[in-house]
Design a binder for this molecule. Structure first.
Ligand code: AMP
Ligand code: MG
Length: 367
């Protein structure tokens, strides 16, 4: 099966210009204007598209949305020594509490909620483990067992001291380290969408490195309500098209940051309980009402795998997910894909099934 190129271009490419739809008359209505901008931030690309606003309003809205994302980065990056999160981490083991901005507080509380829900699969105290495996430094190496043991002892979201009234946080043990890498991008996308709406934009799309959220009526053709999911073993090639109404999607993939030793892949999503990079899953995409939920859950579902992940997804209204198993051969096969039941009839897979081959698996064991 092949997807129409125009559709893929609409889904996957970024532009930086005011565009007019090809079917327009020479004097376009404001409703047909599309403005797109892109900026590098948070180690990836922020792409924002607004529709149906005149260019002055659009420019103003884009500037405030961009500022919101950069603000999240300034506060929550572990790579910026001046960020709030770095200050919290530096004080680990001390007595002093650090009061944080309401945005940081919101991400922290969401992270604690998703940690509970996922039984610790998502855990923002993984910092020492991410460090031990070298993912903060981009020079990965398998750590010695002793280093892993001591990092593992510093991990556990229950250890975080958090006072929601004063918005003050403390990490009780020296060496503890918060890492919002699994959740901050989704939050930033939600803040950007809120900024666009406040500025009067009624339809648009924000994409921050694969954390995507739409709002309003985004296309007269409706084609942009299809989301293409990238093949984790060939990221330029989509393996599925998913029809969605509105909301968000986020993908966690083992191809985003990884290193290989003796032909074995060690990727950046860690199981907080074992301290090891998760094995067996290549990618998880999650559809959810907000980008924060999609981001948090894509990481949690990656760690949980399809079995436990299906059980959790069934308890969460408006949440659907797609797991791609690490394929044992080069190319993905349909049975490497597990989908939540709510996606039935809304997904087109890009590969044919060979005779007698199993199809994609739906949660609850149906095929
Ligand atoms: P994502 O791409 O949203 O799945 O986030 C992955 C990033 O979150 C990693 O690069 C780490 O910084 C961090 N991380 C890795 N494993 C976990 C985990 N189990 N819980 C929370 N954060 C994690
Ligand atoms: Mg995530």
């Amino acid at each position: 099966m092949r997807f129409p190129c125009a559709l893929l271009a609409a889904l996957l490419t970024a532009g930086c210009a005011v565009q007019r739809q090809s079917w327009e008359s020479p004097a376009p209505a404001v409703a047909d204007l599309v403005v797109r901008r892109a900026w590098p931030v948070m180690g990836t690309l922020l792409e924002i598209e607004v529709r149906g606003a005149d260019s002055a309003v659009a420019e103003m809205a884009l500037a405030t949305a961009r500022a919101a994302v950069f603000r999240v980065d300034m506060m929550m990056s572990v790579y910026k020594p001046a960020s709030e999160l770095s200050a919290v981490n530096r004080r680990a083991g001390g007595d002093s509490l650090t009061a944080v901005d309401p945005w940081t507080a919101e991400v922290l509380e969401a992270a604690l909620r998703f940690a509970e829900l996922s039984d610790g699969a998502l855990d923002i105290t993984v910092g020492p483990l991410v460090d031990a495996w070298g993912f903060h430094r981009e020079v990965g190496a398998v750590p010695p067992e002793a280093a892993l043991d001591s990092a593992r002892r510093l991990v556990g979201y229950e250890q975080i001291r958090w006072d929601p009234v004063t918005r003050a946080v403390r990490l009780p043990r020296p060496g503890m380290r918060l890492d919002f890498g699994a959740i901050a991008k989704g939050f930033a996308v939600d803040r950007a969408v809120a900024a666009l709406r406040t500025a009067g934009i009624r339809a648009g799309r924000v994409d921050l490195g694969g954390n995507l959220r739409w709002f309003g009526r985004v296309s007269t053709e409706g084609s942009e309500r299809n989301v293409a999911l990238r093949d984790p073993r060939d990221p330029d090639r989509p393996f599925a098209l998913v029809q969605v109404d509105s909301g968000s999607v986020a993908t966690s993939g083992d191809y985003e940051r990884f290193f290989e030793v003796d032909g074995r892949r060690y990727s950046h999503i860690l199981d907080p309980r074992s301290g090891q990079p998760v094995r067996g899953v290549a990618a998880v995409s999650v559809f959810a009402p907000t980008a924060l939920e999609a981001d948090a859950l894509s990481t949690a579902f990656f760690v949980l795998g399809p079995q436990a992940g299906c059980r959790l997804a069934a308890r969460l209204p408006g949440v659907e997910a797609v797991w791609v198993r690490d394929p044992d051969q080069d190319a993905l096969r349909p049975h490497d894909v597990t989908l939540t039941a709510g996606l039935r009839g809304r997904v087109e897979l890009a590969f044919e099934r060979a005779d007698g081959e199993a199809g994609p698996v739906f949660c609850a064991g149906e095929e």
